[in-house]
Design a protein around this ligand. Structure first.
Ligand code: UFG
Length: 327
């Protein structure tokens, strides 16, 4: 029996494929390679195609004995979503609708969905529990929330069982250094620091030093991609056990400021990290920290890697081995 990984050539999807292989499971990848790369797919069968194309989905489902789907295929850059919401409504919501219809046609009833902390927007309570009101501040967060709700309604109407996983700041890389975080257009803090250290960027900016935090910079919950994908395996087992649909936060449960991450990058790489300060980036909440208690209690999952220096060391290892990414 196989597991379909949509978006399996992207950052987290490719680590999921590696995780499934390490667990002697059988991944099948469907990816349109719009941001992913086929070199990131280290095993299983890769289909080049688009989840918005029912024919591509029918081919994958009819040629493989798929029992579960892990759904990553989506556009996921917050600033891009502000500039081009149509892309996000089409790729994310329309794409998920096409996937759910194909799962119904092919009688596949288990889904692990890649959601995001962006559904919360800015919350009144920290750490953020799953019952905090969702109030997304970007088309990215809005479409992910709509995808979660679409999945919920399909589940209520039929036989679909699902787990939605709301990731905080995914980072790090596979310990082998073979796969890691690489996008054609980068906005995330850790890869930007590493690209700067490799001379691929002229400057490193810290966006906002006047937040109401311990050092004035934003605080985030950084979660190593290895811990993240392990939670997906736990979610697949949870669904196999016939358990009811659930939503879980995935985070370390601890927050680090931008300046703390820059300091950790200096330790991880052994290089001085020079930065300049700049004004706040629009839409950045001051503090996002997950409560991960629900995932611990119900999935029996917690993070193994709780040190940003280790997280950045793994990311650095990938960058050193692949300074041009997958190109
Ligand atoms: N930052 C900088 N300089 C940079 C890049 C980022 O100072 O060059 C800062 C940001 O302003 C922010 C922090 O580093 O304060 C983290 O920024 P990232 O872009 O790495 O991550 P975000 O917290 O903005 O994004 C994460 C997820 C998104 C999700 C979002 C929800 O990666 O998928 O949280 O707010 F949508």
């Amino acid at each position: 029996m196989a597991v379909l990984v949509t978006g399996g050539a992207g950052f987290i999807g490719s680590h999921m494929v590696a995780e499934l292989i390490e667990n002697k499971m059988d991944p099948v990848v469907l990816d349109n390679l719009s941001t992913g790369n086929k070199k990131a797919v280290t095993g299983g069968r890769l289909y080049l195609g688009d989840i918005r194309n029912p024919g591509d989905l029918d081919k994958v489902f009819s040629e493989n004995d798929i029992e579960s789907v892990v759904h990553f295929a989506a556009s996921s850059i917050v600033p891009e979503s502000m500039a081009d919401p149509a892309k996000y409504y089409d790729n994310n919501i329309n794409g998920t609708l096409c996937l759910l219809k194909a799962m119904e046609r092919h009688k596949v009833g288990r889904l692990v969905f890649s959601s995001t902390a962006a559904v919360y927007g800015e919350t009144e309570r920290i750490p953020i529990t799953e019952d905090c009101p969702a109030n997304p501040k970007s088309p990215y967060g809005e479409t992910k929330l709509a995808m979660e709700r679409m999945i919920e309604w399909f589940s209520r109407a039929g036989t679909l069982k699902y787990v939605s996983l709301r990731y905080f700041n995914a980072c790090g890389a596979h310990p082998s250094g073979e796969i890691g975080e690489w996008r054609p257009f980068e906005t995330h803090l850790i890869p930007i620091i590493l690209q700067y250290l490799l001379g691929m960027r002229d400057r490193l900016y810290v966006y906002g030093t006047d937040y109401d935090t311990k050092d004035g910079t934003c605080i985030r919950d950084y979660i190593h991609v290895s811990d993240l994908v392990r939670a997906h395996t736990a979610a697949l087992k949870y669904l196999e056990g016939g358990n009811k649909p659930e939503i879980f936060n995935l985070g370390m449960g601890r927050g680090f400021s931008v300046l703390e991450i820059i300091k950790a990058a200096g330790e991880a790489t052994g290089m001085p990290v020079r930065y300049e300060t700049a004004k706040r980036r629009t839409g950045d909440p001051a503090v996002l920290i997950a409560s991960n208690e629900k995932a611990a209690k119900i999935l029996g999952w917690k993070t193994d890697i709780n040190d940003p220096v280790k997280i950045i060391s793994d990311a650095w290892n990938f960058y050193i081995r692949n300074p041009k990414g997958y190109n």
